[in-house]
Design a protein around this ligand. Structure first.
Ligand SMILES: *[C@@H]1O[C@H](CO)[C@@H](O)[C@H](O)[C@H]1NC(C)=O
Ligand SMILES: *[C@@H]1O[C@H](CO)[C@@H](O)[C@H](O)[C@H]1NC(C)=O
Length: 427
């Protein structure tokens, strides 16, 4: 369905908006509006695209005034970002105040900016000067908001990679990396004092990509499957994202932060990848993102926190042609740069997750697929279960490390991480 030869750019965007099924009004679906590309439509044309997927929140990696102006009076909520390159500067209260005035205050109230994330995945970059800057930068940005009288409506936070976890399986055993504990506990106390959320980027895709033979595709794509039971709590998990989120809740609880709100600041699935990137197809991306949106519209929390409101930001709005790395990196978009859907999301379709949703977000699987046999036979052996489960959910950490430090070829990064985790993942 390529209409591009028939329509002009502007009408294309309209067509795109109509092609997508009726917008579902979901409470807390957000989308990451990344712009590492040279071919994206002007922000004014992006407003209908965001609305067409039912998103009510947008996360920006900067505070691009053209975007913030284009979304004025749309009712869309914004999280703006201060990149890692700003952290050092933001320690200076005067500079933080100038930044907040120019990039946040000037857009309020027309554009509803509700939070600022200061730094992206800083703690897992193994850059101690950046880590040292994190809390002071967050504090001075918050102090600037206080002095401008904006701290009640705008919160200050930062995003973390799932690699901050030492243990992620079973979810009830979730814990943070010991070497990050000092830094983390200071930011946690900041969150609690200022009422901001703890943000985590979580990609079940990485787990699948690094271990496609062992990780059942249905478990990562929110399709009906047998799932796994956490032996510590007896809670049943039928999708990996919820298991990852609950591991974060457990890690927070172990430090006494039982009430801290958690948001998923990035998650998604690429529609295209390199030959060695298993699972990066339009069909899988459609299942992951479509099923996720459907799940969110039911307002279900995770097995551990069935009643908490999950805020999830899908990564990403557009395919971004200038992102470095493997092909998948440039293909996370729900939309192509011309505004047409990268694939049909099918969010109003019928054949999306229908394995029988039983109340609190726990889907009762009606059958098990052949592809999960390997996995289930391993996980049913109690002794090995912990190990395989642990490694299964650790996989994203390694994958992300590879991505961040120069991809699979980078053995230095791989062994460095292997050392930190005390686990060595096979090549
Ligand atoms: C901005 O978003 C917050 C949080 O959803 C909401 O409470 C507030 O009413 C919104 N403000 C405006 C001006 O729309
Ligand atoms: C590989 O990883 C190391 C360790 O993090 C990093 O310093 C180096 O720049 C990376 N090399 C490449 C080619 O990306």
């Amino acid at each position: 369905m390529d209409f591009s030869i028939f329509f002009s750019h502007a009408s294309l965007l309209l067509v795109a908006a109509c092609l997508l099924p009726n917008p579902i009004l979901v409470g807390s679906i957000g989308v990451n509006y990344g712009q590492i590309a040279d071919n994206l439509p002007p922000p004014e044309d992006v407003v209908p695209l965001v609305k067409s997927i039912g998103a009510t929140k947008v996360k920006l990696y900067d505070a691009n005034p053209r975007v913030l102006d284009a979304f004025a009076n749309t009712g869309i909520e914004f999280m703006v970002g201060l990149g890692n390159e700003y952290l050092d500067k933001m320690r200076d209260p005067a500079k933080a105040q100038a930044w907040v005035k120019q990039n946040v205050q000037s857009h309020l109230p027309a554009t509803n900016i509700t939070s600022i994330f200061v730094g992206n995945e800083v703690l897992t970059l193994d850059d101690s000067s950046l880590s040292d800057d994190l809390l002071p930068a967050m504090q001075s940005v918050h102090a600037a908001l206080v002095s401008l009288g904006l701290d009640k409506q705008v919160t200050v936070t930062t995003t973390h990679s799932l690699a901050i976890l030492q243990t992620s399986y079973p979810p009830s055993a979730g814990s943070f990396r010991v070497d990050l504990m000092d830094c983390l506990s200071q930011t946690l106390s900041f969150h609690q004092k200022t009422g901001s959320a703890f943000l985590i980027n979580a990609y079940p895709y990485f787990a699948y990509k690094s271990n496609p033979k062992q990780v059942p595709l249905d478990f990562v794509l929110f399709q009906p499957n047998q799932g796994v039971t956490d032996p510590g709590t007896n809670l049943h998990y039928d999708n990996m994202l919820y298991a990852q989120i609950d591991a974060v809740y457990s890690a927070l609880a172990s430090l006494g932060y039982n009430k801290l709100p958690v948001q998923i600041s990035e998650t998604g699935w690429p529609s295209k990848g390199d030959e060695d990137e298993a699972g990066a197809t339009p069909e899988n991306a459609k299942k992951y993102n479509g099923n996720l949106i459907k799940l969110m519209s039911g307002k279900t929390g995770t097995p551990m926190r069935p009643n908490s409101d999950l805020n999830i930001y899908i990564f990403a709005l557009f395919n971004e042609n200038l992102k470095p790395g493997p092909t998948s990196e440039r293909n996370y978009g729900l939309f192509k740069p011309d505004g047409t859907p990268a694939y049909a999301l099918g969010i109003s379709g019928i054949n999306v997750v229908d394995g029988g949703s039983a109340g609190n977000g726990v889907t009762t699987p009606s059958y098990s697929t052949g592809s999960s046999t390997d996995y289930l036979s391993i996980s049913s052996a109690r002794g090995r279960r912990q190990l395989s489960g642990h490694m299964l959910l650790m996989a994203p950490l390694f994958e992300e490390a590879y991505n961040r430090y120069g991809y699979k070829e980078n053995k230095t990064a791989a062994s460095l991480l292997g050392k930190i985790k005390g686990v060595r993942f096979g090549d």
